[in-house]
Design a protein around this ligand. Structure first.
Ligand SMILES: NC(=O)c1ccc[n+]([C@@H]2O[C@H](COP(=O)([O-])OP(=O)(O)OC[C@H]3O[C@@H](n4cnc5c(N)ncnc54)[C@H](OP(=O)(O)O)[C@@H]3O)[C@@H](O)[C@H]2O)c1
Length: 324
């Protein structure tokens, strides 16, 4: 098989596209002939060695793949089954073939393209767990989603609207703001030119946002504390700005809001059942056409370094995929 390999931490261009021997399957594992692999924001950080987990070298990046089972040691997932699987991020998505546990595979319906399946993985699971399990989002509540045109943001807008929330989104630039509206945001704000906190307070008649999903961090997270509702919940999902922000516990106390950290990766080992049930809910919403992932770019697998760089540089919307 062919795979992108990281032999030393560095920029995306330091990866090598190599012939790699097919690893043998353990009992319960399957080999997927990859049809689509998602490029996620943390991929470049994993390759650089700056992500919160540091994989052993060499490794192949990639968190989500969809394709066809080419070899199986799991009787429940026979050869020929169309599947999607989330991976741990460093064991082989950027590849023509990926090995994963059969129990981690979701069977795809005939109507689900591999591209949609790859785009629906990690980001939608993260947002579903965040909105429903952690923040207990209720119909009619105000949901504020930052960077609403991104992979996480676009998933959060759709899932929030599907849950009956009133969605306000922020994004950088007119085109991204417009995309947020088409995804289901009632109001979308260009937060690079306007004070979103003031606008959220005005739009909600002083109530504020009941749930805020933030994947940007830095000043965006700081200003979110200025427009969170009484008993509101702020979900800290990521730091695409590159700047974490030290939140003040006394401010949380006085304003009666909750801050919840959310990391999808821990659910793989701590609560895999929560991921399975989240995926079932996501599949059902997708089959009912109430959500549809934004796949903005499908590139050949050989373009992986360029694809990673464009995702890191704020230049993309929705999800970018690699096609072997
Ligand atoms: N906690 C978890 O389990 C989990 C799961 C998945 C992802 N994440 C994290 O969530 C964050 C977003 O992921 P994603 O998939 O949505 O990424 P993405 O599709 O690349 O979107 C990120 C967006 O963040 C905004 N942004 C603001 N400042 C930025 C900067 N300095 N550089 C780059 N982007 C900037 C940009 O939108 P605007 O131009 O509109 O500002 C950009 O489009 C990442 O930090 C990622 O690691 C966390």
């Amino acid at each position: 098989m062919k795979a992108w390999r990281v032999h030393a931490f560095g920029p995306p261009d330091s990866m090598a596209f190599e012939d790699v021997a097919d690893p043998p399957l353990d009992s319960g594992e399957v080999r997927i002939a990859v049809a689509a692999c998602a490029v996620n924001f943390p991929d470049a950080m994993l390759v650089a060695g700056t992500f919160q987990i540091t994989p052993a070298l060499p490794f192949t990046p990639g968190f989500v793949v969809a394709g066809v089972v080419a070899e199986s040691r799991d009787p429940a997932v026979p050869v020929g089954t169309r599947v999607a699987s989330t991976l741990n991020g460093y064991s082989g998505g950027y590849s023509t073939h990926s090995v994963t546990a059969g129990s981690r595979c979701a069977t795809l319906s005939d109507h689900t393209p591999a591209t949609d399946a790859a785009a629906l993985g990690l980001t939608y699971q993260t947002c579903w767990i965040g909105l429903h399990r952690r923040a207990r989002l209720q119909p009619g509540e105000w949901l504020l989603v930052h960077a609403g045109a991104g992979g996480i943001g676009s998933a959060a807008i759709q899932l929030g609207a599907a849950a009956g929330a009133r969605v306000i989104a922020t994004a950088g630039g007119r085109d991204k703001v417009e995309l947020c509206r088409t995804l289901g945001a009632e109001v979308a704000i260009d937060y690079t030119t306007a004070d979103f906190a003031g606008q959220v307070n005005e739009i909600t008649a002083g109530h504020g946002a009941d749930v805020i999903l933030d994947s940007v961090g830095g000043d965006v997270l700081h200003r979110s504390t200025k427009c969170v509702a009484f008993e509101g919940r702020i979900l800290v999902v990521g730091f695409s700005s590159g700047q974490p922000f030290p939140l003040r516990a006394n401010h949380m106390l006085v304003k009666n809001y909750t801050v919840a950290g959310l990391y999808w990766g821990t659910y793989i080992s701590a609560r895999p059942d929560a991921l399975v049930s989240a995926q079932q809910e996501i599949d059902s919403l997708y089959q009912d056409k109430r959500i549809a992932p934004v796949v903005s770019d499908c590139r050949p697998l050989t373009d992986a370094p360029a694809a990673m760089k464009s995702v890191s540089s704020r230049a993309t919307v929705g999800r970018v995929l690699l096609i072997p």
